[in-house]
Design a protein around this ligand. Structure first.
Ligand code: G16
Length: 545
C-alpha cells in the first residue's frame, strides 16, 4: 500500500564532488534519507513518470547500506518503477553499477556509497544518482535535487515487507519487480570483452606475481573472481577481500597512508612484481611496482601511452581528458599521439559529455581515478587489468616502464598536500587570502620563479556549452610549474584544503629525485602564498601523496 508521509526540508543536502556524503548518524535521522531520495526522484522524473522504467540500486556494503536499500526500493515502488535491479546483498561496486545501468538500458541508478571515506557506525555514508549513460548526474541535476530538498513537504513510500537481498532472483515490492542479481557477473563479462584474458592467464602462469589489496571493501568479490578464479593468479593474491560494513576498522582510501602495509610490502625484499589497491566502492586505484610508487597522474599517462596493449584500445584513442589539478603528464602523451586532451574540473561527472560524444577514450584524475569509455565511472579493477595487459605484453618491470616513459616524455614531478578537518572559517580565510592575491601575482618573481598566470578555473563544456566557475585557483609559473589550491568536496567533517604542486623536468639525468625534494622550492612558495600556518595553526599536511 502506498502512503504519503509528511516531512519538511532538512538543511545541508547540497551534493558535493560526488553525491551527498554525511556521517551515518546524520543519514539515520528521521526522514533524512527519504527526503534526499524523494528529491532525486522529483529532479529526474520524466514528463510521463517512471512507469515501465528500470532502476539499478547497489552500494559498497558499508554500514547502513542494507537499511537504505530497503527504503529506496519501497520509495521506487511508490514512484511506479516497473523493476529494480539490485546487487546481491546490496553489493555493486560503483563501476559495476555503471556497467549494469548501461547493459540493461536502465533509466538510471542510485548508488549508496561514501567511496574512500571511512565507514562503520561512526563513519560516513553517501548516496548519488547516475543517469542512463551510467555516469554521475551532471551539475544541473544535482542543483535540481538540492533545490527540491529545500522545499519538500512530503514523500511517497510503499508499505511492504523487506526484500531478501541474499536470494538471487525475482521478488516483489508492491506491484514493482525487484531482481536480485549476481554482483560480479555482468562486470566480469565486460572486462572479458576489453582484455585478453588468455594472455593474462599465461602471464600469471609464467610466474608473474601481484598483491591486490581490496581494503575490506567492495572490490573483494570482483578481485577474487577475476584475478584468482578467471586469470589463475595464486590464492592469496587478493588480500582483505571480504567486504565488511566497517571495513574492519580500516579506512578504505588507497593512498600511501591507508595502504601503507601494501606500500611497505612493495618496498621490501619479498615484494611481488606488482601491487595495487582499490577503495571503498571500487572506483579508485593505487598502483605500486616493486620499489616504485606510480602517481595517479603518471599512471594515467602510462595507460594512455600504452593502451594499444589491450584489445579494446588496439585501434588507438580518440582523445584523453584529465581533471584540472591532475598533472600534465597525459598532455605530453596526447601531444605525441596527435590526439585531443581536455582539462575538466575535479569530479568524474565532467567527463561524461566528452565520453558520450566520443571525443575521449581514456580519462583520469590525480585522486587515484582512471577509466575509459567502457562505463561512465572511474574503475579500479579495470585500471589494474590495463596495467597487467601492458606488463604482460611488454614484459618489463614497472620501474623500467616508468624510466622509459619519463625519458621519452619528460617527468612531471607531482605531489598533493592535504590539510584535513580544518575549521571551515579558517579554510575559507585561506582561500580568500589566496584569491585576494590573484590580481597582483602575475609578473612577480617568487624565489626566482616568475608567475605567468593566476586565476580561478572556469570550465566551458565543449559539448553542452555549460559553464562551471570557481573550480580551483591556479598559479602557473614560466616553464610550466604550477600550484593549485581548492577545497575538497567529499569530506564530512570541517574542510579539507588541497594543494597540488607540479614541476616539469625534461632532463632524464634528473628523473630519479625524491619527489618532495624535487618540489621543495615550489612547496615553500605554495605555503608562503597560502599562509596555512598563520590562518589555521596547522604546521604540516595531514596527508602527502
Ligand atoms: C570523488 C569524485 C572524483 C574526485 C574525488 C576528489 O571521488 O568522484 O571525481 O576527483 O572525489 O574530490 P575532492 O578533491 O573534492 O575530495 P570518489 O572516489 O570519492 O567518488
Amino acid at each position: 500500500m502506498k502512503v504519503k508521509v509528511n516531512t519538511s526540508p532538512i538543511e545541508g543536502m547540497k551534493p558535493g564532488t560526488s553525491g551527498l556524503r554525511k556521517k551515518v548518524a546524520v543519514f539515520q535521522q528521521p526522514h533524512y534519507l527519504a527526503n534526499f531520495v524523494a528529491s532525486i526522484f522529483a529532479a529526474v522524473m520524466p514528463e510521463n513518470g517512471f512507469a515501465g522504467r528500470v532502476l539499478v540500486v547497489g552500494g559498497d556494503g558499508r554500514y547502513f547500506n542494507l537499511e537504505a536499500i530497503q527504503a529506496v526500493l519501497k520509495m521506487a515502488a511508490a514512484q511506479g518503477f516497473a523493476k529494480v535491479l539490485v546487487g546481491q546483498n546490496g553489493i555493486l561496486s560503483t563501476p559495476a553499477a555503471s556497467c549494469v545501468i548501461r547493459k540493461y538500458k536502465a533509466f538510471g541508478g542510485i548508488i549508496l556509497s561514501a567511496s574512500h571515506n571511512s565507514g562503520g557506525v561512526d563513519g560516513d555514508f553517501g548516496i548519488k544518482f547516475n543517469g542512463d549513460n551510467g555516469g554521475p548526474a551532471p551539475e544541473k541535476v544535482t542543483d535540481a535535487i538540492y533545490a527540491h530538498s529545500t522545499t519538500i513537504s512530503s514523500y511517497d513510500i510503499v508499505q511492504a515487507p523487506d526484500v531478501d537481498l541474499s536470494r538471487i532472483g525475482l521478488h516483489v515490492v508492491g506491484s514493482m519487480t525487484v531482481e536480485v542479481i549476481d554482483s560480479v557477473l555482468d562486470y566480469q563479462a565486460l572486462m572479458q570483452q576489453l582484455f585478453d584474458f588468455d594472455a593474462l592467464r599465461a602471464f600469471f602462469k609464467d610466474g608473474f606475481r601481484m598483491t591486490f589489496d581490496a581494503m575490506h571493501a567492495v572490490t573483494g568479490p570482483y578481485a577474487h573472481a577475476i584475478f584468482e578464479d578467471a586469470l589463475g593468479a595464486p590464492k592469496g593474491t587478493v588480500i582483505n577481500g571480504t567486504p565488511a560494513p566497517d571495513f574492519n576498522g580500516h579506512h578504505p582510501d588507497p593512498n600511501l597512508v591507508h595502504a601503507k602495509d601494501l606500500y611497505d610490502l612493495m618496498m621490501s625484499d619479498h615484494a611481488p612484481d606488482f601491487g595495487a589497491a582499490s577503495d571503498g566502492d571500487g572506483d579508485r586505484n593505487l598502483i605500486i611496482g616493486r620499489n616504485m610508487f606510480v602517481s595517479p597522474s603518471d599512471s594515467l599517462a602510462v595507460l594512455a601511452a600504452n593502451a594499444t596493449c589491450a584489445p579494446a584500445y588496439a585501434e588507438g584513442l580518440a582523445g584523453v581528458a584529465r581533471s584540472m589539478p591532475t598533472s600534465g603528464a597525459v598532455d605530453a602523451v596526447a601531444q605525441a599521439l596527435g590526439i585531443e586532451c581536455f582539462e575538466t574540473p575535479t569530479g568524474w561527472k565532467f567527463f561524461g559529455n566528452l565520453l558520450d560524444a566520443g571525443r575521449i577514450t581514456l580519462c583520469g584524475e590525480e585522486s587515484a581515478g582512471t577509466g575509459s569509455n567502457h562505463v561512465r565511472e572511474k574503475d579500479g579493477v579495470w585500471a589494474v587489468l590495463l596495467w597487467l595487459s601492458i606488463l604482460a605484453k611488454r614484459r618489463m618491470s614497472v620501474v623500467d616502464i616508468m624510466t622509459e616513459h619519463w625519458a621519452k616524455y619528460g617527468r612531471h614531478y607531482y605531489t598533493r598536500h592535504d590539510y584535513e578537518e580544518v575549521d571551515i572559517e579558517a579554510a575559507n580565510a585561506v582561500m580568500n587570502h589566496i584569491k585576494s592575491q590573484l590580481p597582483t601575482l602575475v609578473g612577480q618573481s617568487l624565489s626566482g620563479l616568475t608567475v605567468m598566470t593566476a586565476d580561478d578555473f572556469s570550465y566551458h563544456d565543449p559539448i553542452d556549452g555549460s559553464v562551471s566557475n570557481h573550480q580551483g585557483i591556479r598559479v602557473v609559473f614560466e616553464g610550466g610549474s604550477r600550484i593549485v589550491y581548492r577545497l575538497s568536496g567529499t569530506g564530512t567533517t570541517g574542510a579539507t584544503i588541497r594543494i597540488y604542486i607540479e614541476r616539469y623536468e625534461a632532463d632524464s639525468a634528473c628523473h630519479q629525485l625524491d619527489t618532495q625534494q624535487a618540489l621543495a622550492a615550489l612547496i615553500a612558495i605554495a605555503n608562503d602564498i597560502a599562509q596555512i600556518q598563520a590562518k589555521t595553526g596547522r604546521v604540516q599536511p595531514t596527508v602527502i601523496t
